[in-house]
Unconditional design. Structure first.
Length: 209
């Protein structure tokens, strides 16, 4: 049956930028009920961040998430108040039990990640270089899943696998393209499902910081 070579792909990672400095990260309020994985392309929808819908290419990608979806009960729940407010309750993703005589208090599990109601992401601008696995949603032979030197400079789309991680999809070209390959991971080389380095096409960038 035609399809991707593997159902397990590594998260999209930011690996460098053109200035050889740490890429700028930013955080904006997250939409309610988001459960995406780290490394997910994200987009703005009415001022809050959600997982990219996979089809909006014209000014459709805000960046790549560095955090996971917080599954908030409401958009931006717990985000710091403006201008210099603190993170609001509960301030953590895992709470338990109750606090006697304090109806608005929470018990927080030791070591639980903090939730500040926002998605942390790396912007999808032309200065930032990302890396993801190469695959093909309609592949049938190894050549369909293997990047080669001639792949550098070509434009492809992105597809999410059944586990919620995204890969560069050789099956998506032309009007379905979102990224341009700029290199191959030198450790992988030209092997099946090698990691490729890419930048987002300028037309896909939703917000220019």
């Amino acid at each position: 049956m035609a399809g991707p070579n593997t159902t397990y792909h590594t998260p999209i990672l930011s690996i460098m930028n053109r200035a050889n400095t740490a890429p700028l990260t930013y955080a904006l309020p997250e939409k309610a009920s988001q459960t995406f994985k780290p490394g997910t392309p994200v987009q703005l929808a009415t001022g809050v961040v959600q997982a990219w819908d996979g089809v909006t290419l014209s000014a459709g990608i805000l960046g790549v998430s560095e955090s996971f979806g917080l599954n908030l009960a409401s958009a931006g729940l717990g985000q710091p108040g403006m201008p210099f407010g603190q993170i609001a309750a509960p301030g953590a993703i895992q709470t338990f039990g109750y606090v006697p005589f304090e109806a608005s208090a929470y018990n927080i599990a030791l070591g639980t990640p903090i939730s500040d109601g926002r998605t942390l992401f790396i912007e999808a601008n032309a200065d930032n270089i990302f890396e993801a696995m190469f695959d093909n949603a309609a592949g049938t032979v190894s050549a369909d899943y293997t990047p080669v030197q001639a792949s550098i400079g070509l434009q492809y789309g992105l597809t999410v696998d059944t586990n919620g991680f995204w890969y560069v999809d050789k099956n998506k070209t032309g009007g379905s393209a979102a990224v341009q390959i700029v290199g191959i991971n030198p450790v992988d080389g030209y092997v099946v499902n090698a990691r490729v380095r890419f930048k987002f096409l300028p037309a896909t960038t939703q917000v220019q910081y």
